[in-house]
Design a protein around this ligand. Structure first.
Ligand SMILES: *Cc1c(COP(=O)(O)O)cnc(C)c1O
Length: 382
């Protein structure tokens, strides 16, 4: 086995796809302490700057005092507490849906809902840019899987499908592009071909839309147009966990048959208490979304001469093409004390390796200037 593993890893290195982990030892913020040195990071998903908020810490501590640390079991045994119950109600209200169901991670939420709803007579249609967790879940369901890269393809795939149930799944905001899905067209096609729609709004929820309620709010779609909504709690909400929101019947079905809901330990109640605090802050402190939008606009104005993508979200990738160049630029930035992750295949398609810059309201304009100056110097003939 050792020999086999060694050859696998060698191949990865040769293909410039070898990944290493960055170990830091500071509080979650744009400044990360690595090996005794401070780095300016543009790679976290803490868009609203809540991951280290004192009020969340206090909620966590109070929750630990009141309920202990572990949840003690799965939801269907003894892990489901009053705080899980209340957060689910609050998330249902927030997303304007009848009910919501908590999952331990977004990965598990996607797995649970897709495998619970689809069987071998069904078909699932995924955008080529969809998050890996959606692709994995679709593969593990026994439904026939189709990928589309534009609306025309989706239309033609749907028109040919003879599946019993059809489910179209899209990211709300594509995690590696920052682009927002063409939901109006998806909803129109779903209506025409009697398909269901699921939106994974991991990067949209709390961030976009008039009051930050995500992609569905941006397009003014309710549970009729988008019956399945997935949201995560570890990105804009700054904590951990995920949920599915939808109709009473959808949630009851998931409680009965979503395997990644049933066969796993419920989230710690203290963690849930800090999510509840975070949700209150996201709703009440609407200025956070506005400040983020301002920062995004500032970044795009300053970076105008760089190969930016069409994105109005805090995900602002710079496409460099091949993995070697992208990795070199990322390493050069690191030498200058700046962290921007190089995203390479297979996470993105071949030839579209990129620097993935994400902005948080904790970034200052000076820090953004520093990043852009460094990029201008390093990126070959921008
Ligand atoms: C991060 C992410 C997930 C996974 O969520 P976790 O809670 O981190 O497991 C799922 N979908 C998308 C689009 C994501 O960006």
């Amino acid at each position: 086995m050792q020999q086999f593993l060694n050859s696998l890893l060698q191949q990865r290195k040769q293909d410039n796809l070898y990944r290493v982990r960055q170990t830091h030892s500071s509080i979650q913020s744009p400044i990360l302490l690595i090996n005794g040195q401070n780095y300016l990071s543009f790679s976290s998903n803490d868009y609203l700057g809540l991951a280290s908020d004192d009020r969340l810490k206090i909620a966590w501590q109070d929750g630990a005092e009141k309920y202990g640390i572990g949840s003690g079991g799965s939801h269907l045994i003894t892990g489901h507490t009053i705080v899980h119950q209340v957060l689910e109600q609050e998330l249902a209200l927030y997303t304007k849906r009848e009910r919501a169901l908590l999952f331990s991670t977004g990965y598990m939420a996607n797995f649970g809902v897709i495998t619970a709803l689809l069987g071998r007579h069904d078909a699932v249609f995924l955008d080529r840019l969809n998050h890996a967790s959606l692709v994995d879940a679709a593969k593990l369901s026994s439904a026939k899987m189709y990928r589309y890269s534009d609306m025309q393809t989706l239309n033609s795939l749907l028109s040919k499908s003879i599946a019993k149930h059809k489910l179209i799944i899209t990211d709300g905001v594509f995690s590696m592009d920052g682009k927002i899905a063409n939901l109006p067209k998806i909803v129109e096609l779903a209506k025409a071909y009697n398909a269901w729609v699921m939106v994974d709004d991991a990067h949209g929820l709390g961030v976009i839309g008039k009051t930050g309620r995500g992609t569905v709010e941006l397009y003014n779609f309710g549970v009729t147009e988008v019956p399945i909504l997935m949201g995560t709690l570890g990105k804009a909400f700054g904590v951990f966990g995920a949920f599915i929101a939808g109709s009473e019947l959808l949630i009851e079905t998931l409680i009965q048959s979503a395997r990644s809901y049933i066969y796993t330990t419920a989230l710690p109640p203290a963690l849930i208490e800090s999510v509840r605090k975070s949700l209150t802050i996201v709703i009440e402190e609407n200025w956070r979304q506005k400040q983020l939008q301002e920062l995004v606009a500032y970044f795009r104005k300053q970076a105008i001469s760089l190969p930016l993508m069409e994105s109005c979200t805090p995900i602002q990738p710079i496409i460099l093409g091949d993995s070697v160049t992208t990795l070199t630029v990322s390493k050069e930035l690191y030498k200058r004390g700046i962290i921007v992750t190089a995203i390479r295949p297979p996470t993105v398609s071949k030839g579209t390796a990129r620097l993935r810059i994400t902005l948080s309201i904790l970034h200052t304009k000076n820090q953004i200037d520093r990043l852009i100056e460094a990029l201008m110097e390093i990126i070959p003939n921008h």
